[in-house]
Design a protein around this ligand. Structure first.
Ligand code: FES
Length: 154
């Protein structure tokens, strides 16, 4: 859990803005400052911007880049867009989840690795693709799953 007073200070700086227009920039500011949006911030944001908690939660859950868990030490973003799916992306995702012991869209409980979706990296012809800590990895096969898993466990 992040520091509630620090969250409130950041929110207070945003209350002068239009509520609906301020919400998304504020969520990005919170994530940039703390690494994620602590669920404890939702009622504070709702109160400050005169929105319902459901509205705030709805926006957070709509944007996949907004996190509600502390970021993991390593982040693997697997492409779920059409070309990578046609090249076996679903099987790669299942194998990666099994190797790492974490479901898509979550960080492992020990904080070592997170598995996140991404929708097209512009490398469609050489998929399935992923970003491993921001580094593009193409033509992922079973061997690459093993190699990437070992890399993020080190
Ligand atoms: S569909 Fe995966 S990189 Fe474009």
């Amino acid at each position: 859990m992040t520091d509630i007073a620090a969250i409130q200070t950041l929110i207070d700086g945003a209350v002068h803005r239009d509520a609906r227009g301020a919400l998304l920039p504020l969520l990005h500011e919170l994530q940039e400052e703390f690494g994620y949006i602590d669920p404890a911030a939702v009622p504070l944001i709702a109160s400050a911007l005169n929105l319902s908690r459901a509205e705030v939660h709805g926006v957070i859950s709509f944007y996949p880049e907004l996190r509600t868990e502390a970021p993991a030490r390593h982040v693997i973003k697997l492409c779920r867009a059409e070309s990578c799916q046609a090249r076996g992306g679903a099987a790669i995702e299942a194998a990666m989840a099994q190797h790492l012991g974490v479901a898509m869209g979550h960080a492992r409980k020990d904080g070592q690795v997170a598995l996140e979706p991404v929708y097209c990296l512009g490398l469609c012809a050489i998929g399935p693709n992923a970003l491993v800590d921001g580094r593009p990895v193409a033509r992922i096969d079973g061997e690459a799953v093993t190699r990437i898993s070992a890399e993020v466990e080190a």
